[in-house]
Design a binder for this molecule. Structure first.
Ligand SMILES: Nc1ncnc2c1ncn2[C@@H]1O[C@H](COP(=O)(O)OP(=O)(O)OP(=O)(O)O)[C@@H](O)[C@H]1O
Ligand SMILES: [Mg+2]
Length: 334
């Protein structure tokens, strides 16, 4: 089956300027630096990595909110970046985004009805004018909000409810793909689970495909079929939920996992905590060879000289970008 989305060697560099009037480009932030993956229908791909590794930039480029530096994205086999006019408008319907901060992403002067119904202004074919109020009320109902609150303003809702408003808006145009950029990071832990469950239900009911971005491996586990781990603009490991959580091969993934709290004391005792030292290097001037080598306990000479490709290595079963990749067999924690 053709993947719904194919991302091929995607690159996004931002120029770094000096000077106020005469701007001179002195370098580039390599925010996304050669990222490839597929997304299948009905699937959730988790994208995980520390702050600044390029997750939101990846989302922005996929949404065509930022132009790519290079690379290809295909949606149902069709090139996304060459689309203009009507074809671009049609594409924009199909891929929607839910953002992290439910406090700033909703216009405080618009009612919930106007916010959720706004996409219909651009795509009147989805809901004709006379049916819009009903359509918005249906959407509020679907995300677990009271349809009678259609005339309220964002400040009258809690954080979790505001995120539901954002989700209703993303659903309005019946998209196939939703990019969720840390949709629960700003919410209380108890509310996070409710919003995650809602996203899971919506996926099942409407056959949605998700790209689900998070800082933390524990957040995406429940929802993800596959997970991609990013470090400094690159995917360092990608695999099924089972492969990433029970048989991680890249030292960075192993370190991230060792920091995830494990409820079972027996499993916890069997795990060793890997502490990463040092900061994430600057994406303007990443280390030569393997970008993770400056923080890696396995690093040798080859890591400095040669950039490791993302490929299946050393008797493993899923791709990782490490010269010394070795699957670590962890006891399942659930
Ligand atoms: N418009 C921009 N201009 C210049 N640099 C940018 C721009 N947007 C992002 N960057 C830089 O690109 C890098 C990746 O940023 P990005 O926001 O994609 O990371 P992220 O993984 O989403 O981080 P976080 O977890 O904090 O949201 C960072 O170094 C950031 O400073
Ligand atoms: Mg981000």
């Amino acid at each position: 089956m053709t993947p719904i989305l194919e991302v091929e060697d995607l690159v996004k560099h931002f120029p770094v300027h000096t000077g106020i009037v005469l701007k001179r480009t002195v370098g580039h932030v390599r925010a996304v630096d050669g990222v490839s993956f597929d997304l299948h229908k009905g699937e959730t791909l988790g994208v995980v990595g520390e702050s600044g590794c390029g997750k939101s930039t990846l989302a922005q480029v996929l949404m065509r909110l930022e132009p790519p530096t290079s690379g290809k994205v295909r949606f149902h086999g069709e090139d996304v970046f060459s689309k203009r006019g009507k074809a671009l408008l049609a594409l924009r319907r199909q891929i929607q985004i839910v953002l992290q901060d439910p406090y700033t992403s909703l216009n405080p002067r618009m009612t919930v009805g106007d916010i959720v119904g706004e996409p219909f202004e651009i795509h009147p074919e989805v809901a004709p004018k006379g049916e819009r109020r009903k359509a918005v009320q249906d959407l509020l109902d679907v995300v677990g909000l009271n349809p009678e609150h259609i005339n309220r303003y964002p400040h009258q809702f809690s954080g979790g409810q505001r995120q539901r408003i954002g989700i209703a808006r993303a659903l309005a145009l019946k998209p196939e793909v939703i990019v969720c950029d840390e949709p629960v990071s700003a919410l209380d832990v108890s509310i996070q689970a409710q919003v995650m469950n809602l996203l899971g239900d919506l996926q099942r009911d409407f056959g949605l495909s998700y790209i689900f971005i998070a800082h933390d491996l524990s957040v995406v586990r429940h929802l993800s079929d596959r997970v991609a781990v990013m470090y400094l603009g690159k995917i360092v490991e990608i695999g099924s939920e089972d492969e990433i959580y029970n048989r991680p091969a890249h030292p960075y993934t192993q370190a991230l996992l060792s920091a995830v709290p494990v409820p079972d004391p027996a499993v916890r005792a069997a795990r060793t905590r890997i502490r990463l030292t040092g900061d994430v290097p600057s994406p303007v001037n990443p280390p030569s060879g393997c970008r993770f080598r400056t923080r890696c306990w396995k690093a040798t000479e080859i890591c400095e000289d040669e950039e490791p490709a993302l490929e299946v290595r050393g008797g493993g079963h899923h791709p990782s970008a490490c010269h010394h990749a070795e699957e670590q067999h962890l006891l399942p924690s659930s």
